[in-house]
Design a protein around this ligand. Sequence first.
Ligand SMILES: NC(=O)C1=CN([C@@H]2O[C@H](COP(=O)(O)OP(=O)(O)OC[C@H]3O[C@@H](n4cnc5c(N)ncnc54)[C@H](O)[C@@H]3O)[C@@H](O)[C@H]2O)[C@@H](O)CC1
Length: 469
Amino acid sequence: MQKVFRSCYELDRRCYASYGLTEDILMEHAARGMAAYIQEHFGQGSSILIVSGVGNNGADGIVLARQLHGEYDVRLHIPFGVRSEMAKLQLERAEALGVNIVDTMEDADIIVDAIFGAGLSREIDEETQFILHKLNSFTGYKIACDIPTGVGENGCLMPMAFNADVTITMGAYKEALYLDESKDNIGKVIRVDLGVSSKMYETKSDTYLLEASDIKLPSRDSLSTHKGSFGHAAVFCGEKEGAGIIAGMAASRFGAGLTTLVVHEKISPPAWLMHSTVVPSNASAIAIGMGLGEHFESEFLQQYVIGSHLPIVLDADSFHHSEILSVLEQKERDIVITPHPKEFAVLWEHVTGEQISVAQVQQNRFEMVRKFNSRYPHVTLLLKGANMLIVQEEQLYINPLGTSKLSKGGSGDVLSGLVVSLLAQGYSGIEAAIQGSLALTLAAQHYSGASYAMLPIDLIDALELLEGR
Ligand SMILES: NC(=O)C1=CN([C@@H]2O[C@H](COP(=O)(O)OP(=O)(O)OC[C@H]3O[C@@H](n4cnc5c(N)ncnc54)[C@H](O)[C@@H]3O)[C@@H](O)[C@H]2O)[C@@H](O)CC1
């Protein structure tokens, strides 16, 4: 798990004030990080086009040009001149060394975008957009310095951006790198140190980036166990029964000792899932909403969902049921909610009366989940998306490991099943959401078929592969 920050300017300032470092030292390390990546992945003599802007992001690019000059075929393009003191100083040094400064941009083995980074504060103008379109059309491997040009401080496109294969980010991970809208522009993210280790550079943060190594799979280490040792997940199966069945299968496959589908009428689930018209008395967690429709009577929901004290996962149709949403007020209960952006907009209107569009949710994902959390801090919210956001008690976790293989009906039902399974096995709400989301994304990564072909059952099967990875 890594810390994530909204901005690194304060962290840079601390390096100067507390550690006696200078901008020059930090910048030398920023460029060194990019140079090391290039030296590791590309042979000497490869051509590199570096496009530098007016400020310190541009200065990083100029330093990189100096560091690689002589070893690589470096071409430095500075379309708008230089403005910051550091950029001026770095340009003087590069010129003294004889770095090749070019007036035009041509394709190269490596394209480095150092036009705007953390300082981008408004939409980029047409000339910059023209440059970016040209850079994006080149075939060379694309590296963004710190943050791709055109990605704003909250991660939104302003209005378009450099399409990086890799973003080499300076000092610490930034929130701007994890908005769904710009995921394709960011590419892979690599963080580099700026002259002190990340432990010394970083301060406190309430936002974390989840990594594959954070997964903690359900433990079956003890030998003296029976099915009752691993909890009993009760999964409501509504009008579209397939959704509940998928969730039930995922719950069972992810370790729940018993899984029961709570049904209204007879269905034909797989033989290894039980079904019942009531929530079993020994259930240890429930999940409701997947394909629910209007299947269950109010009194039934009152008795088995709202009146229950069991840990609960609310998904899908739950967000359209104001009576089910009364569960959110229950502070003594582990509650995990797993809306996708459209469901979040519906939920938001229920809880605030304020109408918001899906686009508004998507452009303000971090802000929206924090606002929700300030109303319901005890509830674990998992906002689905290309980068899932999980929040509870002011702690926010980003799961960036999702893949487009998951963009298919049924993936969300699998997620609900994973989370209820973990709740049933005794995980807290926040741990169940974190671990369920990690298991989902890692299982998808393990699926080795074509990216368009994965079915929910493949995802459930891939859960088997997580142990011992
Ligand atoms: N201590 C430092 O200052 C360090 C800076 N570093 C680099 O410096 C970058 C930040 O540098 P800056 O703060 O100079 O910012 P940028 O270089 O990202 O932007 C330069 C300036 O452009 C102007 N600007 C903003 N939006 C614009 C727009 N749409 N059109 C035209 N002009 C616009 C702003 O005045 C901004 O300060 C980081 O991303 C990182 O790459 C790193 O070298 C680490 C150390």
